[in-house]
Design a protein around this ligand. Structure first.
Ligand SMILES: [Ca+2]
Length: 295
């Protein structure tokens, strides 16, 4: 069965024509794409240990005053990267090692000002550049004054071992450019996984009884049963539609959380919850339902 998850675009995304990578990875039967956040310092919150005006996790050949943490103008958190105008400035992230199951990635960055460009640089083991992929800005700045730049899902070049995020600006003199909320999200090809998370303290017989199912795939049909420890089914239900986790820039992180409810079941005993997401099955650990459990 073919499954595709990863970078489902939300309504907030409007990708300009030409922004789609032509070589996006293709799903493999029996595998799913799991999204993984790759860039730890894309929000420009922390200063470098040895240079309090420079952001941690980034470097540049430009003079220190040309690229610095800005604690006054930022989109999220408490800081942004401020690039001085008047001359080109180029700032690169520390190289990000790529896991072997990573097949592609996407990038979202927020920029403010004139003359900003951004790209990812794929590196071979010896540091040579294999390819660069540019981010594309939306045509009009958002209401906040910040513009969204995106690189839609792009495939990992053969022999790429690391990736670097490059933020640049060639802003007019006296007009700085800011970057913030930079997210690099890898798409890893992994076996489907489903976990059923029950309250480990057990459930009280006459209290609401809810549990969570975490999955790295999107299911169209999600059901569950509650069985006694002897294997007898005593309750059947449907899982609520999955909610998603999204990053500050709108990046889809690829985890799906379903909630289930078996409140009507009141009989004391030891139980197991079995869930079925399409044709994938998983079970919870055994748990107790009684009148003494603390919920
Ligand atoms: Ca920030």
């Amino acid at each position: 069965m073919m499954r595709w998850i990863g970078f489902a675009l939300t309504a907030a995304f409007v990708i300009p024509a030409g922004a789609f990578a032509q070589d996006a990875p293709v799903s493999v039967p029996g595998k799913v794409f799991e999204s993984v956040a790759l860039l730890p310092c894309g929000s420009f919150e922390q200063a470098a240990p040895t240079a309090p005006d420079q952001p941690a996790g980034w470097h540049s050949d430009a003079p220190a005053e040309a690229w610095r943490l800005d604690r006054q103008t930022f989109l999220q958190g408490t800081g942004a990267l401020r690039l001085a105008g008047g001359a080109p400035v180029n700032v690169a992230s520390d190289p990000i090692p790529l896991e072997t199951d990573l097949v592609g990635l996407g990038v979202v960055a927020m920029g403010r000002g004139t003359g900003g460009t951004a790209r990812v640089r794929w590196l071979a083991q010896d540091g040579s550049i294999l390819r660069e992929d540019a981010l594309h800005p939306l045509k009009a700045p958002e209401a906040s004054g910040w513009t969204r730049y995106t690189l839609n899902e792009t495939a990992r070049p053969e022999k790429a071992e690391r990736v670097v995020c490059v933020l640049e600006a060639n802003a007019p003199a006296g007009e700085p450019f800011w970057w913030d909320a930079v997210e690099v999200t890898g798409s890893c090809e992994r076996a489907p996984s489903v976990a059923v998370l029950v309250n480990q303290a057990g459930y009280e017989a006459f209290a609401p009884k809810r549990f969570v199912v975490s999955a790295n795939l999107q299911a169209s049909n999600a059901t569950f049963t509650v069985e006694t420890s002897g294997g007898r089914t005593v309750f059947k239900g449907r899982l609520e539609d999955a909610s998603r986790i999204t990053g500050a820039g709108g990046t889809d992180w690829g985890s799906h959380y379903h909630r289930g409810d078996f409140t009507p079941l009141n009989a004391e005993g030891n139980y197991v919850i079995r869930v079925k997401l399409d044709d994938l099955e998983a079970a919870s650990p055994e748990f107790a339902l009684d009148r003494k459990s603390v919920v």
